[in-house]
Design a protein around this ligand. Sequence first.
Ligand code: NJP
Length: 246
Amino acid sequence: MSTRTAVVTGASSGIGEATARELAKQGYHVYVGARRFDRVQRLAEEIGGTALELDVTSEDSVRGFTDAVERVDVLVNNAGGAKGLAPVLEADLDDWRWMWETNVLGTLRVTKALLPKLIASGDGLIVTVTSIAAMHTYDNGAGYTSAKHAQGVLHRTLRGELLGQPVRLTEIAPGAVETEFSLVRFDGDAERAAKVYEGIDPLYAEDIAQIVAFAASRPAHVNLDTIVVKPRDQEGPGRFSRRPTN
Ligand code: NJP
């Protein structure tokens, strides 16, 4: 049998990077894509995979990326994130555009392009990393929660549309994972980003990567539809148990 192949978008940091490592450990040849090519190149060297530049907001970039992938058994739609935290009244249209372009249309572009190859593999799996923000709303978060809801709806719709095809679909909806997520959300403000995880034991990228690998290692007839995973210290988007810090 030829080597099983996985594609991970947004593999230059956080959950995507850890997932690529975990899938490589399982024997997959992993195509890793992101805009920061130096990072994915280093990762590909480490795990014996293939690095490709990828901007999921660009049609041309997605075409170049997906054309270079000859075979795909597992697609991990991970590229995404948040920009800002503002009430609707003060919504920054550019932030909203970024979030919708990256999380929603980015997932659509990559999935649409790779779907024929996933079907052709005979046992394809699409894992989409959404969020608990795909299931709840929270004040000042509508740009992100609306984008994650839309991404979730896109993914869940495929579950029905692909019935009868040899493709499984798993949505992973994490709570707080300590990655570069908050740094990106707060435009590089490290102090503000650190506060998100202050006084809690957050999830780490490896925790999510292990769940992706678990889903990918189930037999072909087992479809894990939705996995919601949060730190023990978190009940919902804005509800944490925080230890006092000095
Ligand atoms: O964040 P981070 P996570 N084209 O910032 C890439 C969701 N999530 O690992 O292009 C291609 O470390 C970016 O690469 P680069 C979250 O919404 C997280 O936490 O080089 N790639 C980087 O590799 C997201 O969907 C938390 O900048 C693009 C990666 O995305 C997923 O988990 C909670 C791109 C982001 O890595 C991974 O995020 C939750 C583009 N245009 C959901 N734009 C959490 N961390 O708490 C960005 O509920 N990327």
